[in-house]
Design a protein. Sequence first.
Length: 114
Amino acid sequence: QVRLVESGGGLVQPGGSLRLSCATSGIFFRIKSMGWYRQAPGKERELVATITGTGSTNYVDSVKGRFTISRDNGKKTLYLQMNSLKPDDTAVYYCNAPDRSYSWGQGTQVTVSS
């Protein structure tokens, strides 16, 4: 049974940093491409960063240069380092495959506010 558990969110001031984690179980994590999504109030859930099993990454323009996606295949865990955070980054953040093939976890709330 696939399980995705996101953590690491919180309240941070503009310009601050957070590191999100996504612990996975039930998937052959090592070979799977994975991604981080976010959903702001009243908006569609959007894919902001992806990483392949071999470590190639891709980002949506709005987070390029500020966010870094990474993975630890031994721990079956996905990470998102978020720097220079802006109020527009406020959202619930989720992990999943780029094709959204797994059941969603509970997400982790990120709030950027002074």
